[in-house]
Design a protein around this ligand. Structure first.
Ligand code: SF4
Length: 990
């Protein structure tokens, strides 16, 4: 060891733990600081999410901190300048807060919904949502409607949990893992760790994706699927499993509603709803009693397949309808092959392989447990097949039902929350759906009665007025998108500018780049942000942006409030929010300032806290208007959602003052305890509560005591969705309650709101000429960058600074398109000029690109002629936020999933043709963004120096050395303590 150069003087260093924010995985980090600068970032080995692993992004957090794009002062658009020109004056934070307070006070005093508040990669939605609720505006949402609400809603309306933050494969036991439509970031480190585990154990990894990149590259089998057809593939597997009698009867009877009786009176009110007793309990046919009985009673003997009459009403069990629907020939592998592009024999083989693993390679864990009815069992039975799905499935207009169809495969195999299967992550599973309804009514100076977002179960829950018109600016929870649990961020600007359903006063955005990559139809949306009425007034009168960096949306703000970086503030990663729990442990975490900001910036949490106090939100002040909490940090410790439950669940106090986790009174030392414990809390589950949590009495009792579920009743999985059927009946004019009046709404409800998913073609395809636009065009995020945040990062830019249009090599050659040539890509909505790369790992009818590499010239602290501005491109220009125009009453309807409002940006169809006259460079281009006050020049080279004794150091490591995990210790140069070789720069360049 003595031969090593003395890299570090640990006496000068301080180590602090926090949580990474370089993507949404929220890994634990250990940050070493020296001379008030970050020396390096490591993964926290004890952290449940990453167990010490740190990805390229996480490491490069240093360069985010050193970014020249950091905003350093509040900004006000200069009087007399136009919005979008980028002319700002620096103002003090106090003045910025005064301007914001006055503006918001006027809105709250008069009509709170005139504030539209939308957040992007917000990791504190529990707090921002609470703020909106207290303000009294229903117009709040985060970015989920753009990202993956279909994945979340599909799971929460079927199993009570889903993929990503809601559940995980049992990486330690699964023997067959299928990954659907997952780019390399959802989730990043956790999936890499999981894949390594299953690879080491020899489990099979099948990937379903139109492209073979990232994770798919190490799959044992890649199934190249046509985008938007995953539902057909899943339902064809359901067909195969039913046909071969390969499904778990006992699981279906015990844990799902498949034996419930469904009224079978087509064309009449009540058709397709469950037959219920006088108390509202659903009924099943008991084979011993030969009578319809309460389906929720534990000691009944229900018929899975039953068809007959009960009380004079024709009924069928849900499973009869299920079998009838999916045994239909339209779901045969042969018919599915033409739709999905997957050979029929592959569809059948994959389904039967999974059935083999589920039923012939069953796992048993000897462990006594008690079911919801108090019955003891001596083991957990495991069906070791697991899955994961993300935006590739979600971002289609049929994504909600596609996700449900994927869950059907899991449910038929009985592989839900069992050993080796797909496991819920606390606070999930929840009862179906979670018992939260979206707020509807607003009034001046009055908090909403419930949060702005929720889970409708019937038309009565819609957020519409007496004439059936939307009440929200994004038209969430309207007949356009009744189950839009995450709102429709992508519709806000378009609707606000049109004044449809009404004009707003202020659009406030946090970390949401809604003029660039977090929007569809980028060029037009940018114009809309500047649009004025006949009096010269902006149609969106005031725009407030909070961002830490000089992003494209900053240029459209009237007021900019600069945020801190993630290394400069307190944050909670709360179980009331997007949880980071593991399947067998409940977890939450925090961030703490590693560095003190050297600029006039304020964490957005603190801004909200302060504004909330000034506006006297009841949550922040007592009845006399006095502040209840000193600051945000104090609020986190002392605020309780209900007695014993706060934003952080760790180190609370029991009645005797002992520190306890999950539920307890506020503890003044809570932040310290987190800091001492590596910035996270983890509570492991007792072995008897680890599986079948939807029906596990001990788990449900515990979950209720922690506030995760509202009752200890069994969580019954919904193979058959009565919620969908209620909306369907409303479309048919047969619902006992609210019904739409416009024909296109009726048509949408009857066509898409099926209680059992039926495949439908993505909507864009039905409104364009498919022959004219023969290619599917999709985006994905790279594993080394997180949306637009990271193509500004000097280290990560060295991996890629330009995206290409990736195309199947054979396809390109057939069209005479050469590698690296420039082409036009055209959709019904516009055209872009891009550079092509040919590759093998892409299906022939699809092209794709990395999302959000492109930058507006001058944005994000980059040089004006950076590759990202000149050669990189956004696919977003081609995607319309409205359905393709056909001159009918759907022309102004959102281009989204008709059920959830999920932006259907993967439905895009394009044509491709070579440029003429040797044109090069990305099109469209935008004027250079001006620097704002407080920003320095963009450097040609941005270095972050390693150093020895004050001098920078160049580590000489060969690629072989790095790949073989060799060590600098083995380098002969250093064997004799010769550190002369260590001069030079370990720099990174812009
Ligand atoms: S996966 Fe990487 S970027 Fe994401 S939180 Fe973990 S370390 Fe950070």
């Amino acid at each position: 060891m003595s031969s090593l150069p003395k890299f570090e003087d640990h006496d000068k260093q301080e180590v602090k733990y926090s949580t990474c924010y370089m993507c949404a995985c929220r890994c634990g980090i250990k940050v070493t600081v020296e001379d008030k600068k970050i020396r390096y970032i490591e993964g926290n080995r004890d952290h449940p999410i990453n167990k010490g692993v740190l990805c390229a992004k996480g490491n490069a957090g240093i360069m985010k901190q050193n970014s020249p794009a950091k905003l350093s002062t509040p900004l006000l658009r200069k009087p007399g300048t136009k919005r979008g020109e980028g002319e700002y004056e620096a103002i003090s934070m106090e003045k910025a807060m005064d301007i914001l307070t006055e503006r918001l006070k006027n809105i709250r005093d008069t009509d709170p919904k005139k504030l539209a508040y939308f957040t992007g990669r917000d990791q504190m939605q529990a707090f921002t949502g609470m703020w909106a609720t207290q303000f009294g505006t229903i117009n709040w949402a985060a970015h989920g409607g753009f990202c993956s609400v279909n994945m979340a809603a599909g799971g929460l309306y079927t199993m009570g949990h889903a993929f990503w933050e809601f559940g995980d494969p049992d990486w330690d036991r699964t023997k067959y893992f299928m990954m659907w439509g997952v780019a390399d970031d959802h989730a990043s480190n956790p999936i890499k760790i999981g894949l390594e585990k299953i690879k080491r154990r020899g489990a099979k990894f099948v990937s379903v994706n139109p492209t073979r990149t990232g994770y798919q590259a190490i799959a044992d089998e890649w199934i190249g699927i046509t985008p938007g057809t995953d539902m057909q593939f899943a339902l064809s597997m359901v067909h195969t499993l039913l046909k071969h009698d390969q499904f778990d009867w006992e699981f279906l009877i015990r844990y799902t509603n498949s034996a419930y009786l469904v009224v079978n009176t087509p064309g009449e009110k009540g058709d397709g709803l469950f037959l219920r007793d006088e108390d509202g309990n659903p009924l099943s046919w008991d084979m011993e009693k030969e009578a319809a009985v309460n389906a929720n009673l534990p000691d009944i003997n229900p018929a899975l397949f039953y068809e007959g009459e009960v009380n004079g009403k024709p009924v069928r069990s849900a499973m009869v309808i299920f079998a009838e629907t999916y045994l239909d020939d339209k779901y045969s592998p042969e018919n599915s092959a033409a739709i999905t592009g997957i050979p029929a024999e592959t569809i059948e083989r994959i389904a039967l392989e999974m059935a083999h693993v589920a039923f012939k390679e069953t796992i048993e864990i000897e462990q006594e447990w008690t079911d919801y009815a108090g019955r003891k069992h001596d083991k957990f039975i495991g069906r070791p097949v697991s899955m994961h799905a993300m935006r590739g499935i979600s971002a289609h207009s049929n994504g909600f039902q596609a996700c449900r169809a994927i869950h059907f495969v899991q449910i038929l195999l009985g592989s839900v929350d069992c050993p080796g299967g797909h496991l819920a992550k606390p606070p999930y599973p929840k009862h179906i759906p979670p018992a939260l309804k979206p707020a509807k009514h607003t009034a001046p100076n009055t908090p909403l009665k419930s949060p702005p977002l929720g889970f409708p179960t019937a038309p009565e829950d819609l957020v519409i007025d007496d004439d059936g018109k939307p009440l929200r600016i994004d038209k969430a929870f309207s007949w356009d998108a009744p189950i839009s649990n995450h709102g429709l961020m992508h519709m806000v600007i378009t609707n606000a500018v049109k004044g449809d359903p009404y004009p707003i006063d202020t659009l406030m955005m946090f970390m949401a780049n809604m003029s660039w990559n977090s929007t569809m139809n980028t060029s037009e949306v940018r114009d809309m942000l500047c649009e004025q009425d006949e009096n010269g007034e902006h149609k969106i009168p005031f725009i407030v942006v909070s961002d830490a960096y000089h992003s494209e949306i900053v240029n459209f703000a009237d007021l900019v409030i600069p945020d801190t970086t993630y290394l400069e503030r307190f944050d909670t990663i709360s179980m009331l929010d997007r949880p980071i729990s593991e399947p067998h442990s409940a977890c939450d975490a925090m961030r703490q300032p590693i560095l003190t900001p050297d600029r006039d910036v304020l964490p957005w949490q603190d801004v909200q806290f302060e504004i909330g106090n000034r506006l006297k939100f009841p949550v922040f002040v007592d009845k006399d208007g006095n502040r209840k909490y000193k600051d945000y940090k104090d609020f986190v410790v002392n605020w309780e959602k209900e007695p014993g439950i706060g934003l952080l669940a760790g180190w609370r106090l029991d009645e005797d003052g002992n520190e306890v986790h999950l539920r307890g009174k506020p503890n003044p030392k809570q932040w310290e305890r987190y800091a001492e414990n590596g910035a996270f809390m983890e509570v492991h589950f007792p072995p008897e509560t680890r599986y079948y949590r939807h029906a596990n009495k001990d788990y449900l009792t515990w979950a209720k005591s922690n506030g995760w579920v509202g009752s200890t009743d069994q969580i019954v999985m919904e193979l058959y969705s009565e919620t969908m059927q209620k909306f369907n009946l409303a479309g048919q004019g047969l619902y006992d309650g609210l019904m739409p009046t416009e024909q296109h709404h009726k048509d949408r409800l009857t066509k898409y709101f099926k209680p059992l998913p039926e495949f439908y073609t993505p909507l864009e395809q039905t409104r364009i000429d498919e022959e004219e636009y023969p290619f599917h065009a999709i985006n994905q995020r790279p594993m080394f960058m997180y949306h637009s945040w990271d193509s500004q990062n000097a280290w990560l830019r060295q991996i890629i600074s330009q995206n290409f249009l990736y195309m199947n090599r054979e396809q390109g050659e057939e069209m005479g398109i050469e590698d690296k040539s420039w082409v036009w890509v055209e959709s019904h909505n516009g055209k872009i000029r891009v550079q092509v790369k040919l590759m093998e790992g892409c299906v022939k009818n699809t092209v794709w690109t990395w999302n959000a590499i492109a930058k507006q010239s001058g944005a994000w602290g980059l040089k004006k002629d950076a590759n990202e501005a000149k050669d990189a491109f956004l696919m977003n220009h081609l995607i319309s936020e409205l359905l393709p125009k056909k001159g009918d009453n759907l022309d102004n309807v959102t281009n989204s999933d008709p059920i959830t409002g999920q932006a259907a940006w993967y439905d895009l169809r394009v044509k491709i043709y070579p440029v003429e006259n040797g044109e090069t460079g990305a099109y469209p281009q935008f004027p250079e963004m001006k620097k704002v006050p407080g920003m320095g020049e963009s450097p040609d080279i941005l270095r972050y120096n390693a150093h020895v004794n004050g001098q920078s150091v160049q580590l000489h490591r060969s690629m072989e050395d790095i790949l073989s995990r060799g060590s600098v210790h083995d380098n002969a140069d250093y064997k004799n303590g010769d550190d002369k070789k260590t001069s030079g720069n370990n720099g990174s360049q812009s």
